[in-house]
Design a protein. Structure first.
Length: 517
């Protein structure tokens, strides 16, 4: 994963699977009535992959991309989650509302509120456990023979013990909550949401603590130092599978089987829990101004055809061969003129108009609009690539003639998001800052790539015999990203990134960050 922190926008680019990469932006909202940010992504694709305007349209690009906008998971330590004095803890709010439910005030609005708090609690617990385990794994890597004792991260031992203590307190608190929710007087929706939550937390504990255990056992120095911690982690991990089996949850690992159920179930639970953070988007497939310009293109082409027919009709009879020939030729040119003008408008007007407009709605506010997303895609001629982008693209060239050896086609995807932080900050205590996530599938870009391996003949210097070596054939798809943030109508920050995607016919091999010289 490639990270590059910025004061306002924190971007992370990572490999999602064999064909998809993900760009994730963390957006810290300020208190301005209106703020916006733009992301311009320039793709430089080798011409050998035969990708161009003739076979790769806007629809191809948008069908290959997924975009999500969601609230960032609130930060709250496990200790604070279980602290009765913390008013913003979802656990405390669930208990408070459950008292009303058990007192007979279980209307639909209250039921939905409890379910949302349970799901938010699941997101917070996952985020905290994930972040703690990540820090500990990084710290444990310093406990090795090659690392001097003075450079070892001393916080790991005490931190791990405190972490295990917090996990035990959390399990006790959740056990108490489970007893309350199990009451038959509790609405079915709350009981079912709580069961999903219970299963989800068990899977989270098993998944992340297993990673921690793997790191501990893979480092003899750390294992000797933290033997008690290793035993405590092992006990928690082993207990999770037994617990889910006893509860008759579907997510039980069965050695020797395909185990498709546990992976599928984990995905279902994760989507259900994180759904409380996601914002709703409503698409307006084509912005009206775009259609006006496309209508102008069609009108200009039709005007040409009518004028040719009118002029020829004044000199030749309607049933004569010259008139028929002129009508056919004008029809052919009419279609070409329309397509050419549409392409011209698409390229020239992208900076002012967009392909799609998407309203960003907050389900928690009854579908109130809290922002607007605009998207535009276009191919670029070399002369149309902005100088700052072209400079970053060439930053790793070894010689001045490198470009001739790697001809490329460039296309640009521009995304602009306008937000209304005033509405968000007024209505939410914990869910405020946002994540903007885009996943892009390269499958269509590499559809015409050559085989991933090629035999390379060579002469063995020792024997003089002819041999073949299997060599990997890869393509470099380069990305230059430009982020711009605006607050109160003024540009507050500009940030660039340059990424090289190394891919072959089978998918993405790796991501590489190219640093500016």
């Amino acid at each position: 994963m490639i990270e590059d922190p910025n004061d306002i926008l924190d971007s992370r680019i990572k490999l999602h699977d064999r064909h998809r990469f993900e760009i994730k932006l963390d957006i810290d909202l300020d208190a301005a009535a209106k703020s916006s940010y733009e992301v311009e992504t320039y793709f430089f694709v080798p011409r050998a992959l035969n990708v161009g305007p003739h076979n790769y349209k806007k629809e191809n690009f948008y069908n290959s991309s997924q975009r999500y906008i969601r609230f960032r998971t609130p930060k709250m330590s496990l200790g604070k989650v279980c602290d009765p004095a913390i008013e913003t803890s979802p656990l405390n709010r669930i208990r408070q509302d459950m008292g009303k439910v058990l007192a007979g005030a279980a209307d639909q609005q209250l039921t939905d509120k409890v379910c949302d708090e349970i799901r938010l609690l699941g997101c917070i617990i996952r985020g905290e456990i994930r972040d703690y385990v990540k820090v500990f794994i990084e710290g444990l890597s310093t406990y090795g023979d090659a690392v001097p004792a003075a450079q070892r991260k001393l916080f790991v031992g005490e931190g791990l013990e405190n972490f295990l203590g917090d996990l035990k307190r959390m399990e006790t608190a959740l056990g108490s909550l489970k007893a309350e929710v199990s009451d038959p007087a509790v609405p079915l929706k709350i009981r079912e949401t709580a069961a999903f939550f219970d299963e989800y937390v068990s899977l989270i504990l098993e998944e992340y603590l297993t990673s921690l255990l793997e790191t501990l056992r893979g480092n003899p120095g750390a294992l000797a130092r933290f033997a008690d911690v290793e035993r405590g982690v092992t006990a928690i991990v082993v207990e999770q599978a037994r617990y889910r089996q006893a509860m008759k949850y579907p997510s039980v690992l069965v050695p020797g089987s395909s185990n498709e159920t546990i992976i599928y179930r984990r995905g279902v639970l994760k989507k259900f829990m994180s759904g409380v953070l996601y914002l709703k988007t409503e698409f307006s497939e084509w912005e009206g101004l775009t259609q006006v310009f496309f209508g102008v293109a069609a009108g200009a082409a039709m005007f040409f055809a009518v004028m040719v027919t009118f002029i020829v009709g004044r000199r030749y009879a309607v049933n004569s061969m010259p008139f028929i020939a002129a009508a056919v030729i004008s029809y052919i040119f009419k279609d070409r003129i329309k397509d050419w003008l549409k392409l011209l408008f698409s390229k020239s007007l992208t900076r002012w108009i967009s392909d799609r407009k998407i309203d960003i709605l907050d389900p928690g506010l009854g579908g109130k609009r809290i922002g607007l997303l605009k998207e535009a895609f276009t191919f670029l001629a070399e002369k149309d690539i902005p100088p700052d982008i072209a400079r970053l693209r060439r930053i790793d060239n070894i010689t001045s003639i490198d470009e001739e050896g790697k001809p490329e086609r460039a296309f640009k995807y521009k995304k602009e998001i306008v937000l209304y932080p005033e509405v968000i900050l007024r209505s939410h205590e914990r869910r405020r800052d946002l994540n903007d996530i885009m996943r892009f599938n390269l499958r269509e870009l590499i559809a015409q790539a050559d085989d991933a391996a090629v035999a390379y003949p060579y002469v063995d210097p020792a024997t003089g015999g002819l041999l073949n070596a299997d060599c990997s054939r890869v393509y470099h798809i380069n990305l230059v990203l430009k982020y711009a943030y605006y607050s109160r109508g003024e540009q507050a920050a500009v940030h660039y990134e340059r990424i090289r995607i190394v891919a072959n016919k089978e998918g993405i091999v790796r991501l590489e960050e190219v640093k500016a010289a």
